[in-house]
Ligand binder design. Structure first.
Ligand SMILES: Nc1ncnc2c1ncn2[C@@H]1O[C@H](COP(=O)(O)OP(=O)(O)OP(=O)(O)O)[C@@H](O)[C@H]1O
Ligand SMILES: [Mg+2]
Length: 353
């Protein structure tokens, strides 16, 4: 559906050149919610702006199903059609690409002097849609984002969550297949964040909207994304299914993101304080196929070890349970080994703490 190939974007300043995007390639399937996470300055916004060419990549390609490919070579753009014919890219090609891609931002970017109705109708007025059809479309969109009663309000009369709903309705006005979201929930409180994420999920499920969502919060990824890519220093350093990334993060940065959202952030403090704890300290990861079994009771009873639970957390990631526990296993060494063997046989992943 959306192929991002070898995108490079460098910003030059007096002192140094910044590789905001360094050879980034990602493949987003139809109807997928693809999360991109990274710390500030990782290059997320630059990448997402390269997808709809608000930013011209130095080089690389963006291919969109049923539309074709826009290729940048040395910042010169070409359009390659579905039959592989290549011509110089025109404003018309870019407009046509952008029509199929909606975008929402952290700061909503609404027109303050226009009503909710006019904010949403704005882009339709410039695409030759009749007044009657505009009216119908705006009302339909307001119903979808559950804001019908605010049709004549001005942005200043709305809460942050309501403003973002207007921005979402506006982004959907031209029936795009893809929605790009640049930190759309970062300015919102937890309740408003949850309701916007629910709305995005609904749009994805009911209308098959493909969503590329960038964030610095793993909680957002955990809540709605199917896939995730981790960006650092302009590069994608890790990517995969959200559940796999949460269960087996490989890179240090990914481990930190996972840790920060899994209620196990205290693990380091715990380590410092457990020098006085008796027993063998291990972290246990219970993936979907072993959550729900009474494994801890079993090892405690059958192996004669005391299981002292120091930290525990069960999360729902991608609608499946993922449990993590830090425990001290106390008992005779042979029994502790037996307990670890049983855990292993039950597919519980064991990590030394
Ligand atoms: N127009 C610009 N001119 C110069 N440098 C830029 C420009 N836009 C971005 N950069 C630099 O490129 C790098 C990536 O910026 P970008 O905005 O893509 O990061 P980000 O991951 O979106 O960060 P944040 O989470 O803070 O929004 C940063 O070092 C930034 O300073
Ligand atoms: Mg950004």
């Amino acid at each position: 559906m959306l192929e991002i190939r070898n995108i490079n974007k460098q910003f030059a300043s007096k002192e140094l050149n910044i590789d905001a995007c360094n050879d980034v390639s990602l493949s987003v399937a139809d109807g997928e919610i693809y999360g991109i996470i990274g710390y500030s300055g990782a290059g997320k916004s630059t990448l997402i702006r390269c997808i709809n060419f608000l930013e011209t990549p130095d080089s690389g390609e963006i291919e969109i199903k049923d539309f074709g490919t826009i290729v940048s070579r040395n910042k010169t753009l070409f359009y390659r059609d579905l039959e592989n014919n290549e011509i110089k890219c025109s404003e018309k090609h870019l407009r046509s690409l952008r029509k199929g891609i909606g975008m929402i931002f952290q700061q909503y970017n609404l027109l303050d002097r226009s009503t909710v109705y006019d904010n949403i109708a704005y882009s339709l007025r410039y695409s030759g849609v009749s007044k009657k059809d505009i009216d119908q479309k705006v009302k339909e969109l307001l119903e979808i984002v559950d804001l019908t009663d605010k049709i004549n309000s001005y942005p200043s009369e709305l809460s942050g969550g309501q403003k973002q709903r207007v921005a979402i309705a506006r982004a959907l006005a031209n029936n795009p297949k893809i929605l790009l979201s640049d930190e759309a929930t970062s300015a919102l409180d937890p309740d408003a964040t949850e309701s916007i994420l629910k709305l995005l999920k609904k749009l994805n499920k009911e209308f098959g909207l493909t969503i590329v969502l960038i964030t610095h919060e793993m909680a957002v990824i955990k809540s709605i994304a199917d896939k995730v890519a981790v960006m650092e220093g302009g590069k994608v350093v890790e990517e995969g299914d959200v559940y796999d990334i949460f269960a087996h993060p490989q890179k240090e940065i990914t481990k930190n993101f996972v840790k920060s959202s899994m209620g196990l952030g205290n693990i380091d403090r715990l380590k410092e304080e457990t020098e006085v704890t008796k027993g063998k300290l291990v972290k246990l990861v219970f993936e979907k196929d072993c959550v729900g079994e009474a494994i801890i009771s079993t090892i405690s009873r059958d192996c004669s070890v005391n299981v002292n639970i120091m930290l525990a957390d069960v999360e729902i990631v991608h609608e499946m349970p993922l449990g993590t526990m830090v425990v001290a296993l106390e008992g005779e060494q042979m029994n502790v080994q037996k307990a670890l063997k049983h855990l292993n046989e039950c597919n519980v992943r064991i990590e030394e703490v």
